[in-house]
Every structure is written in C-alpha cells, then in structure tokens.
Design a protein around this ligand. Structure first.
Ligand code: BEZ
Length: 255
C-alpha cells in the first residue's frame, strides 16, 4: 500500500486503477511476514486494503490503519468484513499488543521515522516482528531530478528514502533486532503512454497544486522529455524505484 501520514487525501480511484502495482509488488513481502492463523497483525498504511485482505486470508486477525480517511473509507467499502481505522504512523496506539506489524510502501511518507518506530515498538508484543518495504536511498531519483530541474527548485520531494544502514541503525537504537535487510532496484513499469505523467499527478500532487491545467500539461511534457532516454523503455514508462526491505524483532527491553 501507499498511504501518506499527513492530512493530505488521496485520489483513491486513480490509486486503484492506475497504481495497483503498489499492492501487487507488496505481495512479495507477504512470505517474509508469514502470517499464521490466529495471529494478530497490524497493516500499517493499508491504503485501499488489498494486502490487508490477503493477510486476513492466511487466518490471521488483521486490522488496517491509514492516515487518509479517503483510503480507509475505500478499504472498508472494498472489504466490509475487515477492520480498518484512521491513524497516523507517527502516533498510533493499539488496544492490545500485536504479533506483527506489516507495512508496504508507506514509511517513505513519514517525516519523523523515530516517532513511527516508537509507535510500532509499542504496538508489538516482545518478540513481535516488524516487516516493511518502502523507498530506499536513490528511489525515483531520475524522476525527482527531472521534476526539480523543470520547476527550477531543489529539495521539492517530501519523501524519506534512507540507506539500509541508516534505517537498520534507527531500528537497533530503538528496541529492535534487525534479522533481514535488503536494498534493491525494482524498475517499475507504469501503465499506458501517460504512465509517468499519471505517476507525477498521483504522487507529486503537492508540487503541482494551484497551477493552471495548461501549465501542468506543459511541465509534465517537459519532465517526460528530460527522462525519456532513461525511463521510456520498449514503449513503456518505467520508474526507477529502489526498495528497502526489512524484518526486525522487538526486543524485550530497550537495552
Ligand atoms: C514508492 O513507493 O517508493 C514511492 C511512491 C510514491 C512516491 C515516492 C515513492
């Protein structure tokens, strides 16, 4: 999933129709979670609920949380038999500690990663596991560079893309033992001839907000021109994703 941890709301239709790769790739994380029947699992940043549903199909008792009320409303409509709630990754609590926290494609939206790690730690039973994937250092850097160049601004992007060492260190300094960590390139095909423009409209909406439509069209086409030789491959736009994948266990104490 991919949920923002601010009050900003998503276009859930655009998300489900054009960016379903977010949860389709997230399915690759489920074997690392290895949910067991009867386990209690929190899906942190559940988006429209597709992975929450897959976790539930393993027999686990799962709750999905997301910061965006529009995502939660859509998830509840998609899967009325499952439990969803609106909550911020940086400041959430659970009624009872869970066996595992699962998070796909959300933690790069979190501006205070330590606050999120504390919330995750507090939500887990001692020995509970944290299984996550999100953007790592260098993620979508070709796209970001082009957007910044065309807009003539730097540091536009709102995301947190840490290195493997940086995030593992944060976890180990805050009560976790990291048992698995991987940073890998995942070139990600984007649907249709407007795939890159749609991606930018979906995920860089704050950057484009408040500009007239005609100006947005011009900017998007300038961005496409800048990256076409690198990201338009065999008739398809391909985003230069780099993923950070981690499994960590909550230690009994913070020591
Ligand atoms: C990601 O999943 O890596 C991602 C998605 C949207 C914007 C930035 C990164």
């Amino acid at each position: 999933m991919a949920a923002k941890t601010t009050a900003q709301t998503w276009d859930t239709d655009r998300y489900q129709t054009q960016h379903d790769f977010v949860w389709q790739y997230g399915e690759g994380l489920l074997p690392l979670l290895a949910a067991q029947p009867g386990e209690c699992i929190l899906d942190l940043g559940c988006g429209t609920g597709q992975l929450t549903q897959q976790i539930s199909a393993s027999g686990a008792v799962v709750t999905g949380i997301d910061a965006d009320p529009a995502m939660i409303a859509q998830a509840q409509q998609n899967y009325p038999h499952l439990s969803f709630a609106q909550a911020d990754a940086q400041n959430f609590t659970v009624p009872d500690p869970v066996d595992a926290v699962f998070s796909n494609a959300v933690l790069h939206w979190v501006s205070d990663p330590i606050a999120a790690i504390w919330s995750i730690h507090a939500a887990l039973k001692p020995g509970g596991r944290f299984v996550a994937e999100f953007g790592g250092r260098g993620n979508v850097q070709t796209i970001v560079a082009a957007v910044e160049a065309v807009l003539g601004q730097t540091d536009l992007h709102p995301w947190y893309f840490p290195s493997l060492a940086e995030y593992a260190q944060l976890l180990e300094s805050n009560g976790f033992e990291v048992t698995y960590a991987q940073l890998y390139d995942r070139p990600t095909p984007l649907k249709g001839k407007h795939g890159l423009a749609n991606w930018i409209r979906m995920f860089c909406d704050r950057t484009l907000t408040d500009r007239p439509d005609a100006e947005i069209e011009t900017l998007l086409s300038q961005i496409e021109d800048r990256v076409r030789s690198q990201l338009y491959i065999d008739g398809q736009w391909v985003a230069d994703y780099r993923r950070l994948r981690l499994v960590a266990t909550r230690l009994d104490s913070q020591s």
